[in-house]
Design a protein. Structure first.
Length: 535
């Protein structure tokens, strides 16, 4: 029945006056970002804000599992392969040992190795090392492009050099978790991510060969020391050694950014996968805080679809019929053309078209295709500041600017009057983090998200710091002092209903700021820095 409706809509559009020769366009709209299997990060963040601890959050997403001890305490990460040469550096003396037991101290600086593994000796000679060659740090970390904890093992594979970082599992996670979840998120959400990342690393590790995991998206992105953040490191330490277990084995803890409101069973996304008892479809009620909860519309002409999908489409495609699975995702799409039909999996459609997820709908639109583009003068503003929204809208007389605050649907903000070439510009002061889009007839632009942070002020006098938050409301405010490159919380105060706060502190010379976490539809807020000079 659905397919018949789509074909009738298309036929009516093509029969409309002035559109007899118009080609159809296909408008995709959907929910979520990523495969949607297992934990959804925005949903986990929402549960944490509701007071759930990480154990309860993990049990919700991975049904029938429990937490237990990790079977390994270290891991081998592939940093480089297929290289003709490697340069390993350190700011302090370090050590090289080969398979024969030969050992040499290397002064602070660089160690350069080619495929012959020849080591330049201090007396001017060379020593051909026997692989594997282990490079161990001294008082400072080793660097291979960037600094890493642990040692680096160099081997020769198929005539090329391979470098593997041997590192404690927890220290590996120091460099992984910050890349997977924002460090300013709730501590229980960060703990959830730490356990999921630890479990996934062990479940997915290679059991044969010279390394366990990759340092990129083939496993998890591992940024080494430079990517570490104090709050994510604290989350890793707080969950030290914890993994998700199912019947005694480490679970495959898949995770993605946003589920769209419901996670997916593994077999409903990757159709060649067998069902997994703990990777089932579950409700994800807090995903509505995600900026990717809804996405689209994304519009393709028939020609654009053919360019991207090629022989997967029949000639002269006129309709796309969607078949869904029990997770709400698109299982397959049947493309109808002038020379027959062809079926494409929902996953292939997503990947080839660059869609955010396999949870989407398709609308067929005939006639002249309106166009709408939108950009914002800033993607982040402080409460009370103005953002300018500008763009181009053509192909229709009815152009409107729409907005969607958190937890709300799309609403018309104002009617726009584009110039002769379709350009428009308007200004607005959002009070909360808001999505904006332009509607031109039945076509809408890609939404633009403008994050709004509360306005914070801070001043000091004697042993007292004081400030104010706007909009005025009772809020927890953290007073932080800069330590090196990180900010450390020295005390937490509560602003009153009038937004004012103050604290008595033993102030020492340095930089101070006020900080408040995300809440009430706004992102984290930070005051200007106050610097106290030494007396």
């Amino acid at each position: 029945m659905r397919r018949l409706v789509i074909l009738l809509v298309l036929a009516a559009a093509l029969a409309a006056p002035g559109l007899a020769s118009a080609a159809p366009s296909f408008v995709f709209k959907g929910h979520g970002w990523g495969h949607g299997i297992g934990m959804a990060q925005y949903g986990a963040y929402g549960f944490a804000q509701e007071g759930w601890n990480h154990e309860r959050i993990l049990a919700h997403y991975y049904r029938g599992t429990k937490l237990g001890p990790a079977p390994l305490s270290s891991i081998r990460v592939l940093l480089a392969s297929g290289r003709r040469s490697l340069e390993i550096q350190s700011a302090a003396q370090f050590k090289v040992t080969d398979a024969t037991g030969f050992s040499a101290a290397i002064g602070a600086g660089s160690l350069r190795l080619g495929t012959d593994l020849a080591l330049q000796l201090e007396n001017g000679g060379t020593k051909e090392l026997t692989p594997p060659v282990r490079v161990q740090p001294g008082k400072r970390p080793l660097e291979l492009g960037k600094p890493y904890r642990g040692s680096i093992v160099v081997t020769v594979v198929d005539g090329r050099l391979q470098a593997v970082n041997r590192v404690k599992l927890e220290k590996y996670l120091y460099g992984v978790v910050p890349g997977e979840m924002p460090s300013e998120w709730h501590p229980e959400a960060l703990k959830t991510q730490a356990v999921a990342a630890r479990s996934y690393a062990l479940a997915s590790r290679k059991t044969d060969g010279s390394f366990d995991v990759y340092a990129d998206t083939r496993s998890q992105v591992y940024g080494g020391i430079r990517s570490e953040e104090a709050k994510t490191t604290a989350a890793v330490n707080a969950t030290r050694g914890q993994v998700v277990l199912y019947k005694g084995n480490v679970a495959w803890t898949y995770f993605s950014a946003s589920s769209g409101g419901r996670t997916a069973a593994i077999q409903h996304v990757w159709t060649d996968s067998e069902p997994v008892p703990y990777l089932v479809s579950v409700e994800d009620p807090h995903d509505d805080i995600s900026p990717y909860h809804d996405w689209g519309p994304v519009t393709f002409t028939a020609e654009q679809l053919t360019a991207k999908l090629g022989s997967r489409l029949p000639t002269g495609v006129t309709a796309l019929e969607v078949k869904r699975n029990d997770s709400g995702r698109v299982q397959s799409v049947t493309a109808v053309g002038t020379n027959g039909e062809k079926e494409i999996s929902g996953w292939d459609m997503r990947m080839l078209l660059g869609l955010r997820s396999t949870w989407f709908t398709i609308e067929v639109v005939g006639g002249v295709e309106p166009s709408a583009r939108l950009k914002a003068s800033s993607r982040r503003v402080v409460f009370g500041e103005q953002v300018r929204l500008s763009g181009v809208a053509r192909g229709t007389d009815g152009v409107t600017l729409e907005l969607r605050p958190p937890g709300s649907g799309w609403k018309t903000l104002e009617r726009l009057r584009p110039g002769k070439r379709g350009a428009f510009s308007t200004a607005f002061k959002p009070s909360v983090t808001t999505l904006f889009r332009v509607r031109a007839g039945r076509t809408v632009s890609v939404p633009v998200r403008v994050a709004v942070a509360p306005k914070l002020t801070l001043s000091s006098r004697g042993r007292r710091v004081a400030g104010r938050i706007e909009p005025r409301r009772a809020s927890k405010i953290r007073i932080q002092q800069k330590s090196g490159t990180a900010w450390q919380t020295v005390t937490t105060v509560v602003a009153g209903e009038n937004g004012a706060f103050r604290a008595e502190l033993k102030l020492t010379p340095g930089a101070y700021r006020a900080w408040t976490p995300p809440s009430a539809g706004r992102v984290a807020g930070t005051s200007p820095t106050v610097t106290l000079a030494a007396a």
